[in-house]
Design a protein around this ligand. Structure first.
Ligand code: NI
Length: 387
């Protein structure tokens, strides 16, 4: 039987796992039931299993008959605080919690790969590590702690995937370098001195200073960043004042900074802080910048990304596989790729006849035909190194 047939024959079981996870979603850092289901299945397959890795993480190890390389494959486990509105028969049984990003499918596809590869153990040269990681959705995330707990020790190469509803089922995309941006968040609080709208000379107008700051920050990207590099500074919120004739004593700005190169990330943060400090000096206000770094950018390693594309062509067909533009969504797979070579990839899971809802939407759904395809691709990635 071909690998394709083996995976397709398992489709029903993979879908059943996915629906079970879907029905019982758990929030980031609270994936206890999910972890015990995953660990139970991996144990049944005869893998050595480590539970409680960085909270609810589970690591399964499949050791082949002969020594060789070690490949790691990762799935994330957490759901979101969303009230599900799909109306599916296996919709969430937990009020206010929903697998609205496809992580239920990631786990099911990876368990499928574990089962297929466990059945080939005698033919494997090397080992495959199955990393089930908690808390991808909420920074600081689960990946960093998994690495600190040793999940990557001895790993030569690593791959992960995200099902993606905005790409139709049967397609596969990745990038040879930057794939997903670093996504940081900031809050800037400007404390001035309130007063009468007709007597500005007795005040420090925090609203006007906020306006200058927003404008000045645009110079950072347009005049201080190399035009061939990419970066974004977006102010999404500005709150100040309470009446038309009162000068606001306080203003608060919130926004996000996105970048790919680490030096661009450093530059944008530093210049934003410097701009705020100089505004404070210039206008006599107090300005506090609270800059919170989210996940670093996901940067694929070129050689491994090419390997991922080559295996994907065998699974999805040459016409259905391609290079994608970087995506501005954050993902903590970035931490793994800072330590070991590898690639993160997008597996199309959109229902061709629609409707397509984006990830994190209450009606988010996937085409489950993507699951055995994802399993087959994961198996191929492992076999490429230990087959
Ligand atoms: Ni996700």
């Amino acid at each position: 039987m071909s690998l394709r047939e083996v995976c397709q024959n398992m489709a029903e079981e993979i879908v059943a796992w996915r629906r079970d996870f879907h029905r019982h979603p758990e929030l980031s850092f609270a994936e206890s039931r999910t972890a015990s289901v995953v660990a139970g299945i991996l144990r049944q397959l005869g893998l050595s299993v480590q539970e409680g890795v960085n909270g609810h993480g589970v690591v399964g190890e499949l050791v082949g008959a002969a020594p060789g390389k070690r490949v790691a494959l990762r799935a994330d486990m957490d759901a979101l605080a969303i009230v599900e509105e799909t109306g599916l028969p296996f919709a969430s049984a937990v009020p206010g919690v929903m697998h609205a990003c496809g992580h239920d499918g990631h786990m099911a596809a990876l368990l499928g790969a574990a089962k297929v590869l466990a059945g080939m153990r005698e033919r494997l040269r090397g080992s495959v590590r199955f990393i089930f990681q908690p808390a991808e959705e909420i920074p600081p995330g689960g990946a960093k702690g998994m690495i600190e707990a040793g999940a990557l020790d001895g790993v030569d190469v690593m791959f992960g995937l995200h099902l993606w509803s905005e790409y139709p089922v049967g397609t596969f995309y990745t990038a040879l370098g930057p794939l997903m941006a670093a996504a940081d968040m900031f809050t800037i609080t400007i404390s001035g001195k309130g007063g009468h709208g007709g007597q500005p000379h007795n005040t420090v107008d925090s609203l006007l200073i906020a306006s200058h700051l927003v404008m000045a920050a645009q110079h950072i990207v347009s005049r201080q960043l190399d035009p061939l590099q990419s970066g974004v500074i977006t102010f999404g919120q500005l709150q100040a004042g309470s009446a038309f004739n009162v000068i606001a004593d306080k203003a608060e700005l919130k926004g996000t900074v996105r970048s790919f190169a680490p030096e661009v990330r450093d530059l944008l943060q530093r210049r934003l802080e410097q701009t705020a400090a100089s505004m404070a000096e210039l206008y006599g206000a107090r300005i506090a910048v609270d800059y919170v770094r989210g996940y670093p950018a996901v940067i694929n390693h070129e050689q491994e990304a090419r390997a991922a594309l080559a295996e994907a062509e065998a699974v999805f067909g040459k016409e259905q596989v391609g290079i994608m533009q970087p995506n501005m969504v954050g993902e903590d797979f970035s931490y793994y790729l800072q330590k070991v070579p590898g690639a993160f990839c997008f597996v199309g899971a959109g229902i061709p006849e629609g409707p397509v809802y984006p990830h994190h939407h209450p009606r988010f759904v996937i085409d489950e035909r993507a699951l055995p395809l994802a399993t087959e691709w994961l198996c191929r990635m492992a076999l490429r190194y230990v087959g």
